[in-house]
Design a protein around this ligand. Structure first.
Ligand code: GDP
Ligand code: IMO
Ligand code: MG
Length: 434
């Protein structure tokens, strides 16, 4: 059985939650490998909408083992809220959720540092989600972070907390002129969280090893996306984790030799939320149309998402960095009303047209996109049940994108609903792999 990574290829919000939910019936395990509650993964089932932040998007399927891997940073208050809301909505958690002992905790001073740092950066701010994800990863890299396992060791937890609160208070006071924290209130609050979460905390790398040895197949659910990767994204306008496929190994403890394939999720156009370069961004009427039709508002912060045309240069880069076998193209229906469509095929910079994604920040900001224009289909496609149902212009758009990127589009999504998923092989259950 294959073990497959699901990874965002753009700036996030490509529809990873939907695709993971649709694929869950054909795997046994879904594991999140990085990020935190900066993620918002939406799953729509009939009239019900669920937005997952830290819990894997496979949780709605009974019998699926859901794991939060060591690469994730966890805000326990937010996670407990998410768990309680699922229980209230009747979703069974019959011992099928596991949290890594090695996952780092987001502490109350992390969101405070996140917001203070953003204010301090002024016009160079990242536009973070303000959830404290960056500062939590800073502590992890600085080797002063507090992990899930520490939550279960009262003495060690207090020791680490005391060090951190003293250090963070100095930073908050002296650099940011911001409010400070007291040890005792955090200690008591996190004791309560420990009681709540203890049954879920375990050695998830060992658990995954045993599941894979027993022939179970695993879906690795990425959060954020390639262009937000700490190494490969549009740094510094990125998140603080390894969002790309390589992160699936370090973020779970499953070795690369046990991973068999990578499925990239891409919107049929592009969006970005927060600051930073966005080569194919559009403004005015077209941006408003994409935002309205695609309901492009952040699932975490509610911020309007910036919108733009499909970018084949960036997508080819995502294909290379992640080693994509297949692409799932989502939100094709959002383009239904467009008279003409554009695909970016190069970046014009300094008298040259670049077709390989450049690594220089200046080029991202200053390059002009070179577009190819295609005819729109101007028809509603939300009811399509097979590739063959799509209008000829929609198929041409898919074929051209596929040709430019060099990766097969194996899945097309034409609406938020589970059933609005078409697979290249025809109708029936989607398959995984190249
Ligand atoms: P994620 O972070 O990658 O999981 O994506 P989000 O959940 O943040 O954003 C994707 C949004 O698009 C959600 O509101 C989904 O319900 C919705 N969506 C997913 N696929 C489609 C699609 O094919 N068509 C339309 N119209 N909406 C979709
Ligand atoms: P999902 O998993 C879209 C963006 C923020 C900001 C930058 C850094 O739902 O696709 P952070 O809070 O991580 O320090 O913010 O990254 N960002 C996302 N954008 N989708 C997400 O997650 C994102 N998670 C973070 O807007 O620009
Ligand atoms: Mg999202």
């Amino acid at each position: 059985m294959p073990n497959i990574v699901v990874v965002g290829t753009q700036w996030g919000d490509e529809g990873k939650g939907k695709v993971v939910d649709v694929l869950t019936p054909i795997v046994n395990v879904v594991v999140r490998y990085q990020g935190g509650n900066n993620a918002g993964h939406t799953v729509v089932v009939g009239r019900d909408k669920y937005v997952f932040h830290s819990i894997p998007s496979g949780i709605l399927h009974r019998g699926c083992t859901c794991i939060i891997g060591c690469g994730v940073v966890i805000d326990p208050g937010s996670l407990i809220e998410e768990l309680e809301s699922l229980v209230q909505r009747g979703v069974a958690l019959d011992g099928n959720l596991f949290i890594s002992k090695n996952a780092h905790l987001i502490m109350p001073y992390h969101p405070a540092l996140d917001l203070a740092s953003e204010a301090h950066l002024g016009k160079r701010r990242i536009g973070t989600t303000g959830r404290g994800v960056g500062p939590a990863y800073m502590d992890k890299a600085a080797r002063v972070g507090i992990r899930m396992a520490d939550l279960l060791d009262e003495r060690l937890f207090r020791e680490k907390l005391e060090y951190n609160v003293a250090q963070k208070n100095r930073i908050l006071r002296e650099i940011y002129d911001a409010q400070t924290f007291g040890v005792e209130a955090i200690f008591q609050q996190y004791r309560r969280y420990a009681g709540w979460l203890a049954p879920y905390i375990t050695d998830t790398a060992l658990l995954l090893h045993r599941l894979i040895e027993a022939g179970r197949s695993v879906l690795f659910e990425g959060a954020q996306a390639t262009m937000l990767d700490i190494d490969h994204g549009t740094y510094p306008y990125v998140t603080s984790s390894s969002t790309t496929a390589g992160g699936a190994a370090t973020g779970t403890g499953v070795p690369p030799t046990k991973i068999n394939g990578v499925l990239g999720i891409s919107k049929a156009y592009c969006t970005r939320v927060g600051g930073g370069p966005f080569m194919t961004e559009v403004y005015g009427e077209m941006a408003d149309r994409l935002r309205a039709r695609g309901n492009e508002y952040g699932a975490v912060t509610g911020r309007p998402r910036r919108c733009g045309w499909a970018d084949a240069v960036a997508l080819r880069y995502a294909a290379r960095i992640n080693g994509l076998d297949t692409i799932a193209l989502t939100k094709l229906d959002v383009l239904d009303t467009c008279e003409t469509l554009r695909i970016c095929v190069g970046y014009r910079y300094g008298g040259e047209v670049l077709t390989d994604f450049p690594e220089e920040e200046r080029i991202w900001h200053e390059a002009e996109p070179v577009y190819e224009e295609l005819e729109g289909w101007q028809d509603e496609i939300g009811g399509a049940t097979a590739f063959g149902d799509l209008p000829a212009a929609a198929r041409t758009y898919l074929e051209r994108l596929q040709e430019l990127v060099g990766v097969a589009i194996g899945v097309v999504s034409v609406g938020p609903g589970r059933e609005q998923s078409l697979t290249a092989g025809g109708s029936g259950a989607p398959t995984l792999g190249g």
